[in-house]
Design a protein around this ligand. Structure first.
Ligand SMILES: Cc1ncc(C[n+]2csc(CCOP(=O)(O)OP(=O)(O)O)c2C)c(N)n1
Ligand SMILES: [Mg+2]
Length: 191
C-alpha cells in the first residue's frame, strides 16, 4: 500500500472530522488528496503530530485523526503512553509505517529491525489496535475507528512511492483555519 492511497481511504471515512498530519510527505499527500479546512498540517514539528491530535481530542467531542509517521512517533514514544493514560474515545492514530525516516534519506527506522508499534500501544493501555498492510484492511479498520469509541491505534505498513510536490502551506493560515473550524469566525478572531 502506498501512503497516498491510504490517505484517500482515510478521507473516505472522515466526514467533517479533523485530521492532524505529520510533517513531510504525509502532509504533502494529504494536501494533494484533499485540502480541507479541517486538515491541520504540521511542518517541522517532528514527533508532535499525535501529541497535538491528543490535545485536540481532549478538547472536543469530534473525532480527531492523527496521521503520524513511524520515525516521528519513535522520537516521541511518550505520546503513546499519554494517549494510553488519557484514553480519549474520539482519537484515532494512524501510523504510516514505511520503516524509515523517509524524508531525510530513507534511513531504516527501528520498525525495520523489530520494534512493533502496535505492541507498544497495547502495552500502554490503548484498547483498540491493529496492523494493516493493504487498503481493504485499512478501510475496515478506519471505518470501525470512525464509528466506535477508541482511542484507536492503527499501524499501516506502507511502501514509499515517488514524492509529490511540497504543499504550499502557511503555518499561520493553518492555525487560523483550524481554530475557525472549531470556534466560528468571530471567536477565532478573538471577539
Ligand atoms: C526535531 C527534528 N529532528 C529532525 C528533523 C528532520 N526530519 C524531517 S522529516 C524526518 C523523518 C520523519 O520520519 P517519519 O515520521 O517516519 O516520516 P517519513 O518521512 O518516513 O514519511 C526527519 C528526521 C526534524 N524536522 N525535526
Ligand atoms: Mg517513516
Amino acid at each position: 500500500m502506498h501512503r497516498f492511497d491510504g490517505t484517500k481511504v482515510v478521507l473516505r471515512h472522515i466526514g467533517d472530522g479533523v485530521i492532524v498530519s505529520n510533517l513531510g510527505p504525509t502532509t504533502d499527500e494529504l494536501w494533494h488528496a484533499a485540502h480541507r479546512n479541517r486538515n491541520f498540517y504540521t511542518y517541522g514539528a517532528m514527533g508532535l503530530c499525535s501529541s497535538i491530535a491528543l490535545g485536540m481530542a481532549l478538547s472536543t467531542r469530534e473525532k480527531v485523526v492523527s496521521l503520524d509517521g513511524d520515525g516521528s512517533l519513535l522520537m516521541n514514544l511518550g505520546t503513546i503512553a499519554t494517549i494510553g493514560r488519557e484514553k480519549p474515545r474520539n482519537l484515532v492514530v494512524v501510523v504510516w509505517d514505511n520503516e524509515e525516516w523517509g524524508q531525510t534519506g530513507h534511513q531504516p527506522s527501528h520498525t525495520a529491525t523489530g520494534t512493533d508499534l502496535e505492541q507498544v500501544a497495547r502495552a500502554c493501555g490503548i484498547p483498540k489496535t491493529a496492523t494493516v498492510s493493504n487498503e481493504e484492511d485499512l478501510d475496515e479498520m478506519v471505518r470501525a475507528a470512525m464509528t466506535s469509541d477508541g482511542p484507536w491505534f492503527i499501524v499501516a505498513k506502507i511502501q514509499e512511492a515517488g514524492y509529490m510536490a511540497v504543499a504550499p502551506i502557511e503555518p499561520e493560515v493553518t492555525l487560523h483555519r483550524i481554530r475557525e473550524s472549531f470556534l466560528g469566525p468571530a471567536q477565532a478572531a478573538g471577539h
